[in-house]
Design a protein. Structure first.
Length: 305
């Protein structure tokens, strides 16, 4: 089933037609409050009141031309201003291919630097999202260059890639900010762990090792997973070494395991919700369905009256 949904995420025919269907638009509302930033900001207010932080990402990737990247960068600058004006403590998360990586890495870096500087001036943070395995090297190189001048920036790494432990060590001299996710793309077994048990073991190992080896350094780690069991397992292991809940964050998607987000926040964890918005939600939504069977059953129920 996972492979079917990941195939569907890449299929241009389905991408053009399925978003028109009413049940699809109804189902996707579980994971995103609407297509505009204003929708996202409205959804953030009850989270803010509960002590849950928010991150914002405008959906879209692999731009057809470089000119479109200028508009995306301008949008994120304006988005940061609107977040501040709303009195919300929010951060930004962007995909490099949204900013022209497919066409010109230097232009992409320039856009990242501009957005990061604006976020820093607002007292906020910029995260670089990770895409498929073909983009890992280029994305890490972008982050290394960006981090040299913009310290309030972080990068997403994927635990199911066999290379990620080496990537963490490569970035360690930067005292990086890392959002660790399991991974949502369809990768070959030669470069990625395929079984749930292997991915889970990699995830816990990477998180625990990073926290233990960086206990005296100004790092930042976000646990980007909805697997509460793994989160609590990591907390227990590092807690035995004297590392408290304030040394990492729990980062979940808006609308997924909301009850657990509130519970963890009450239990003393630092929690952030990633709120997605935008018109180009189809491939992103298909990857969410591929991640968890519970998401699939929810989508199927939307087909019923």
């Amino acid at each position: 089933m996972r492979r079917v949904f990941l195939w569907a995420a890449r299929n241009s025919w389905l991408k053009e037609r399925l978003p028109r269907l009413r049940f699809m638009r109804r189902a996707v509302r579980r994971f995103m409050p609407g297509e505009t930033l204003e929708d996202a900001l409205a959804a953030a207010l009850p989270l803010e009141a509960a002590g849950i932080g928010t991150m914002y990402t405008r959906l879209g990737e692999n731009l057809e031309n470089l000119a479109a990247a200028d508009e995306v960068a301008d949008h994120y600058i304006e988005a940061m201003d609107k977040i501040v004006a709303a009195g919300i403590t929010g951060e930004l998360s962007v995909k490099p291919t949204q900013l022209g990586l497919d066409h010109d890495a230097a232009v992409c870096l320039s856009h990242l630097e501009r957005i990061a500087a604006h976020a820093e001036a607002a007292g906020s943070y910029l995260w670089i999202d990770m895409e498929g395995s073909a983009y890992v090297d280029a994305t890490i190189e972008l982050y290394e260059k960006l981090r040299a001048t913009q310290p309030r920036t972080g990068i997403c790494l994927q635990a199911y890639l066999r290379r990620t432990a080496a990537d963490v060590e490569r970035l360690r001299p930067l005292d990086p900010a890392i959002r660790l996710v399991k991974g949502a793309y369809d990768e070959k077994e030669s470069i990625a762990y395929r079984s749930k048990s292997s991915v889970d073991a990699s995830y816990v190992g990477l998180a625990v090792r990073f926290l233990l080896d960086s206990r005296e350094r100004p790092i930042r780690l976000g646990l980007g997973t909805h697997d509460v069991g793994l989160i609590e397992q990591i907390a227990e292991q590092v807690g035995a070494a004297g590392i408290g809940l304030d040394r990492f964050e729990v980062e979940m998607l808006y609308g997924i395991r909301t009850d657990q987000q509130f519970r963890l926040a009450r239990a003393g964890y630092r929690v952030q919700a990633l709120i997605a918005y935008g018109e180009h939600w189809y491939p992103w939504y298909m990857r969410r369905l591929a991640e968890r069977p519970a998401n699939v059953w929810f989508a199927l129920r939307q087909m019923l009256p």
